[in-house]
Ligand binder design. Structure first.
Ligand code: DGJ
Length: 729
């Protein structure tokens, strides 16, 4: 049993970590510990018994001046009874008061993993060693209750948390903040690592020490976004890839989120994560409930590599039920970078045919195939083929592509509409728009109002029609602007604080109605590059386009950051033309190929503009990728040197689970002459094992490879790259 509940001390044990809570003598649920494994002993001695001057003492503490909610670590906090740190909950009761004091009411535990009704969560299959603990806290005055949910994947060292609020009071309440999880630590000697960026440069890594006050990141854009990712790490200051404590927090939600780390005056730390409370207000009538999205927690005492391995494993095995998650993925060629909106059936067929020479097996027709979509200003919403470009429609095209021996994929952006579209002309009220105000456009488009069931129903029907009739093997699901003007004419004035969240609920409903009803189609998520790369999306999409930036050196930074939480098998990565269209940088083909092999390999090239020799080079790397795809996807991934450091090179490795094979890649940074000696130190191998390096024909021990490293050849071209295939002898 990984959950112990003796004497109202709740101890969750995973293979290498322990999480403990305790019901206090006055019924508050205290958070005691999360960290490296300890026995099931009561750890409440870690709370010092000192009077904290100026802190409040709840009435039930009588004359005890030590008992204070602000000094004690809380499992689920509200500001009402004198805890002034980041609260998990804020609400307005029927009588206008803001009070919520959650007292322990009951608990239950069961085998298997809980699920939520409205939101995606990790799942556990029947034979998986997973357990659930539910603890109900209730306000004794209002009878508003909060059920805290804990999922324990003991073997995988993962704990999940979620929460459900139910209005048991006699009056409607207004819920203004309801975070999914918070964790209190008694000390504050931590660094925060977060993943920030923008369109074309997502998930760069920022590591900074916590200092007094609140360090907060989040999104208020209606999507998890390019700017910060709903994943963050708290770690000891000395933690590196191989050593030290690290805690990962990943929110399974694709909309507005907040992550805050607060260091208080006593140098205690509170971390809290959940739906962003800005412009959030849910009205709940008596008996109605609200679900807060799941947070996936992981602790590693062996540094950041192990933390990432655990996240990669849980996302590969417990997030998405698609048959493609563990299957080998097709090598695709995408029409966007070469053709944009300008193509016809003949150019497409020619490209598909020629791309076979590159080794590709999936041709993807990107934006521009529908309605009057000849530029960004028209057509979104009209999911019917433009017969001027594609006579006979999608079915006719897919048949011809299939006849070439290629699979066929199609781009959609279902959540959007152009005003110049039949959909908008028929339903001008179907987009988010504040009455009486002109809308804000982005990329000339408006966001459909997914908080309205009729809009969702229409989209499910319109997209499914193309999928069912078109002979489609793959879908790229794009989302190219953030919401603003968040108002729905489908809901009354006093419900407008619900629209951000209702949009996301509508989105998940659509995805359930399209993705889950087409198990044989491979779906790839996308959002103007990687603007919605989050755990919830991974429950629908086995792969997500990482970034519109296909420049290899930039991609090394983006993919490095993405790899802290998300598996390599989830990162869409393609080879594109040089000079790169965005950065104007030219890098060797091999470097572009090795960088794209750090993900789901593909091409954004026009074969008509390539020489036969270039096509043959593509075919070589496609073959290499196919040979190693299983190792790349299911091996353990190691960041051997960071593109952010001063290091002369960026290096990474994939090591098979049995440690018999490994693939090591290195790319030189922006230098043209390398006269310094560079050694790539390879982690993850069996130290006593002997490995043959195919490229150098050396045989070295795992210990030598780790401690001395592979000497990179001295070379002159900048951005040169190296691949080493290791096999245990
Ligand atoms: C943004 C995506 O990231 C691109 O790959 C491409 O699909 C365009 N949208 C099409 O509009």
């Amino acid at each position: 049993m990984s959950i112990k509940t003796e004497n109202l001390i709740f101890t969750l044990q995973t293979k290498h970590s322990t999480y403990q809570m305790k019901v206090s003598e006055h019924g508050h649920l205290l958070h005691l510990y999360y960290g490296p494994s300890v026995e099931d002993e009561d750890l409440s001695y870690l709370i010092p018994h000192v009077i904290r001057s100026h802190e409040s003492n709840p009435d039930e503490a009588g004359e005890d001046r030590v008992y204070s909610l602000c000094a004690y670590p809380q499992e689920f906090s509200s500001n009402d009874a004198g805890d002034y740190r980041i609260p998990s909950i804020e609400l307005v009761n029927g009588d206008g008061s803001y009070s919520f004091v959650g007292k322990y009411k009951s608990h239950t535990r069961y085998k298997g993993k809980y699920a939520l009704n409205t939101l995606p969560t990790l799942f556990a299959d029947g034979d998986e060693d997973a357990e659930t603990l539910e603890i109900v806290l209730e306000d004794p005055v209002t009878h508003v209750s909060v059920k805290l949910l804990y999922g324990v994947f003991a073997e995988k060292d993962i704990i999940t948390r979620a929460a459900i609020l139910c209005n048991g009071s006699d009056h409607p309440i207004r819920l203004q903040r309801f975070l999914s999880a918070s964790l209190d630590f008694m000390t504050s000697d931590f660094d925060l690592i977060e993943f920030f960026g923008h369109h074309y440069y997502e998930r760069r890594t920022d590591r900074r020490p916590l200092s007094r006050g609140i360090d907060e990141i989040g999104s208020f854009r209606g999507a998890s976004g390019h700017f910060h990712n709903p994943f963050a790490i708290l770690c000891d200051k000395k933690t590196d890839e191989e050593t030290g404590n690290a805690y990962g927090f990943c929110l399974m939600y694709s909309g507005n989120f907040v992550f805050g780390a607060e260091v208080d005056g006593y140098a205690q730390t509170r971390v809290a994560m959940g739906i962003h409370p800005k412009q959030f207000e849910f009205r709940l009538n008596r008996g109605e409930c609200f679900e807060a999205p799941e947070v996936v927690l992981c602790h590693s005492s062996e540094g950041l590599s192990t933390l990432s391995h655990r996240f990669h494993r849980i996302f590969r095995e417990n997030a998405c039920r698609s048959e493609f998650v563990k299957a080998s993925r097709p090598v695709l060629i995408n029409s966007w970078e070469p053709f944009r909106f300008t193509f016809n059936t003949e150019t497409l067929l020619k490209t598909a045919e020629e791309s076979k020479k590159l080794g590709a097996d999936l041709f993807v027709l990107d934006d521009g195939w529908f309605g009057q979509r000849n530029d960004e200003k028209a057509g979104l919403g009209d999911w019917v083929a433009n017969e001027e470009k594609i006579p006979g429609g999608i079915r006719a095209l897919s048949e011809r592509i299939h006849a070439l021996g290629m699979k066929f994929g199609l781009w959609f952006e279902p959540e959007m509409v152009n005003e110049n579209s039949d959909l908008y002309r028929t339903h001008p009220d179907w987009c988010l728009q504040v009455p009486g105000r002109a809308p804000s456009r982005s990329r000339h488009q408006l966001c459909l109002d997914l908080s309205r069931p009729e809009v969702c129903d229409h989209l499910i029907q319109a997209v499914n029609k193309v999928l069912d009739e078109g002979g489609i093997d793959y879908v790229k699901w794009d989302y190219n602007r953030y919401v603003c003007d968040v108002y729905s004419v489908g809901h009354p004035a006093d419900r407008q604080g619900e629209i951000y969240h209702r949009y996301i609920l509508g989105l998940y409903r659509i995805l359930n109605g399209i993705v889950k009803t087409h198990p044989h189609i491979l779906f790839e998520g996308c959002s103007g590059g990687g603007g919605r790369f989050d755990g919830a999306m991974l429950t629908y999409f086995p792969q997500i386009w990482c970034s519109d930036n296909t420049d290899a050196p930039s991609r090394l930074v983006i993919q490095h950051g993405t790899s802290f939480a998300y598996p390599i098998s989830s990162m869409g990565a393609h080879v594109s033309v040089c000079p790169n269209k965005k950065t104007k940088r030219t890098v060797p083909f091999k470097t572009r190929a090795l960088t794209a092999m750090h993900g789901t390999f593909g091409y954004e090239l026009d074969p008509a503009k390539m020489t036969e020799a270039e096509k043959a080079e593509c075919a070589t790397y496609t073959e290499l990728y196919r040979k190693h795809q299983n190792l790349i996807f299911s091996g353990d991934y190691y960041r051997l040197s960071s593109p952010h450091d001063d290091s002369l090179f960026t290096a990474w490795a994939f090591v098979s689970q049995d440690k018999n094979t490994a693939l090591v890649c290195a790319v030189l940074q922006e230098i043209s002459i390398m006269d310094e000696n560079c050694y790539v130190k390879v982690c993850g191998l069996e130290e006593k094992g002997m490995y043959r390096i195919a490229e150098t024909d050396q045989i070295l021990s795992g210990a030598a490879l780790k401690n001395v490293g592979i000497l990179l050849p001295h070379t002159t071209p900048q951005y040169s790259s190296f691949l080493f295939q290791l096999e245990k002898v």
